[in-house]
Design a protein around this ligand. Structure first.
Ligand SMILES: Nc1ncnc2c1ncn2[C@@H]1O[C@H](COP(=O)(O)OP(=O)(O)O)[C@@H](O)[C@H]1O
Ligand SMILES: [Mg+2]
Length: 216
């Protein structure tokens, strides 16, 4: 039987104005969801809330069936280290180090050796020993995605992961992410401006008027 990996119930959040109220969602193993919405609608806030980094004003978030905002800090740290992978629009790599060194630093924590297939799939095997500063933006982003997937997390959060990529590279990145979640029975929670990318997920919602409106 498949397991619900992300379950959010009745989440609400406001900063200067209400972002969303009473929204719920759930994702089973192997499923992907894309959230679109205008800038400032609260997409990143929702992602941070689901990803253990920001307690909601109200509502609950369960990852692997566990209510994350009532866990002890060491339990949350274990989840973050081993089970959760986060991909950002900007890659946050160490510029003076090679791609391999960047991936190894993150993977040491999770105790995973470098997966050469992943590098092949992302088409970065030939540049992995070059310094990050010498790579193109698209190559840098693919290294940062390899760094996350190499830890083999069960839950991937991606905040505009293809925002700085040309459409061909964006397609490649989506191919790799969707293949990863299928093979690892993981889940993908994706925030994007790109409807072409969003349509490829199992579920597609728009965050608008404080609600999640179902597109697919
Ligand atoms: N930590 C914070 N403190 C105060 N306001 C914030 C904070 N984070 C985000 N906001 C505000 O909340 C709104 C939604 O931000 P965000 O979730 O980043 O939207 P999106 O990702 O959809 O562009 C924005 O107006 C932003 O300035
Ligand atoms: Mg955002």
């Amino acid at each position: 039987m498949s397991q619900i990996l992300i379950e959010a119930n009745s989440l609400s959040h406001s900063f200067d104005y209400p972002l969303y109220s009473d929204i719920s969602l759930s994702l089973d193993e192997g499923q992907s969801i894309a959230i679109v919405g205008r800038s400032g609608s609260g997409k990143s806030t929702l992602l941070h809330t689901l990803a253990t980094f920001l307690e909601p004003d109200s509502g609950t978030v369960k990852l692997f069936g566990r209510d994350i905002y009532s866990l002890e800090i060491d339990e949350i740290e274990l989840l973050r280290r081993h089970e959760i992978g986060i991909i950002f629009q900007t890659h946050y790599l160490f510029k003076g180090m090679t791609g391999r060194e960047n991936i190894n630093i993150a993977s040491l924590l999770a105790d995973e050796p470098l997966d050469s297939n992943l590098l092949k799939q992302l088409e970065i095997e030939d540049v992995i020993d070059q310094k990050i500063g010498d790579l193109s933006g698209g190559q840098q982003q693919r290294v940062s995605i390899a760094r996350v997937l190499n830890k083999q997390p069960k839950i991937i959060f991606a905040d505009e992961p293809t925002g700085n990529l040309d459409s061909e590279t964006a397609t490649l990145v989506m191919d790799v992410l969707l293949d990863y979640i299928e093979k690892n029975t993981a889940v993908l929670f994706l925030v994007t401006h790109d409807d072409v990318i969003a349509r490829r997920c199992d579920f597609h919602y728009r965050l608008e008027d404080q609600s999640l409106i179902k597109i697919k």
